[in-house]
Design a binder for this molecule. Structure first.
Ligand SMILES: NC(=O)c1ccc[n+]([C@@H]2O[C@H](COP(=O)([O-])OP(=O)(O)OC[C@H]3O[C@@H](n4cnc5c(N)ncnc54)[C@H](OP(=O)(O)O)[C@@H]3O)[C@@H](O)[C@H]2O)c1
Length: 297
């Protein structure tokens, strides 16, 4: 694991194109989830523009095709509904049939702040989608990762809103208490903890990092009350980024030589950033890994 604090010459206003300028990804295979909207569409577009063959997934094949249509380069659309274990397994099987290796995985898809408790297989839906779906997808592809491959987990500063205990293992159903933002925070904390555990398991052969993309006006806020959304929009205007800027940290970690070898870190605005103490808790990360394995088996 690289111990130095890794900084780059890029920052908050850098775009995905800026951070990958001059990077040649010809011959590389990348996987990006959630390519039909927001940051995922731009991540796919820019990685393909730099020469990677990008497998773009979405909840349906039709949506994946729509996302891939935005790219000027080689793409393969695949369905991957992250709440459906069979859909994830079918996606993994298709990747295995068509590609010998993967060089980049950007686990980008996500949902935020469902106003009422929703469940998938008895598990709160944001945790099931944002964490468990990606956990199954990425761990199923671990033996396909090429030497030097990079796994990028799109998390959020919202991870700091997770419950005080971090992951509520005794309330993964949400039935013992549910808060929309708290549940989102828990799922995004899980993304960071997963990247941390994965970095250890991949040490010496591939890297895994997590990131906050910034505040970007995408479809992510679709579940937030429109009035609240408008108020928050005004409040966040000064901090917000364009989608091109929002995809920059993902693309930096996925492809830039400036972060080669960096692993187990959390980034924001194209630089290493402080995450919560819970997000650095290796015992919590390990417990999450074990329980996630049970929940997707
Ligand atoms: N925008 C921000 O300010 C912000 C801030 C912090 C973190 N993030 C993170 O950035 C990532 C991308 O978000 P975004 O802002 O680009 O949001 P977005 O525009 O809503 O895109 C989210 C993507 O995830 C997909 N998705 C949702 N549920 C899924 C499921 N069950 N299976 C497969 N795909 C699913 C969506 O597909 P559908 O369109 O079919 O639902 C969409 O393609 C998320 O992980 C989010 O947590 C965003």
């Amino acid at each position: 694991m690289v111990e130095m604090k890794a900084q780059t010459k890029f920052g908050k206003r850098s775009t995905a194109e800026d951070v990958t300028r001059g990077v040649d990804l010809v011959g590389k295979v990348a996987l990006v989830t959630g390519v039909n909207s927001g940051i995922g569409t731009e991540t796919l577009r820019v990685l393909a523009a730099r020469g990677a063959h990008v497998i773009g997934t979405a909840r349906t094949l039709e949506k994946a095709r729509e996302g891939c249509a935005n790219a000027d380069g080689a793409t393969t659309p695949l369905a991957c509904e992250l709440t459906d274990l069979e859909s994830i397994r079918a996606c993994v099987a298709s990747i295995g049939n068509e590609f010998e290796h993967l060089d980049i995985v950007v686990a980008n898809a996500g949902i935020m702040a469902l106003p009422r408790l929703e469940q998938v297989r008895g598990i709160e839906k944001q945790f099931a989608t944002n964490h468990l779906g990606h956990f199954l997808l990425v761990t199923s592809l671990m033996d396909r990762l090429a030497d030097g491959a990079r796994v990028v987990m799109v998390s959020s500063e919202g991870h700091k809103g997770a419950p005080k205990t971090g992951i509520e293992f005794d309330n993964l159903s949400g039935e013992e208490g549910y808060g929309a933002i708290r549940a989102y925070g828990q799922s995004k904390l899980a993304n960071i903890l997963f990247a941390r555990s994965l970095a250890k398991r991949l040490e010496g052969r591939a890297t895994a990092n997590s990131l906050h993309p910034g505040v970007i006006g995408t479809n992510l806020g679709r579940h937030i009350n429109p009035l609240l959304s408008a108020v928050l929009g005004i409040f966040f205007m000064a901090f917000s980024k364009s989608v091109a800027q929002g995809a920059a940290t993902s693309c930096l970690l996925a492809a830039s030589p400036s972060v080669q070898g960096v692993t187990g870190r959390y980034y924001s605005d194209c630089a290493e950033a402080p995450c919560s103490d819970l997000a650095k808790d290796d015992a919590l990360a390990e417990r999450l890994w074990q329980i996630s394995e049970e929940l997707v088996s």
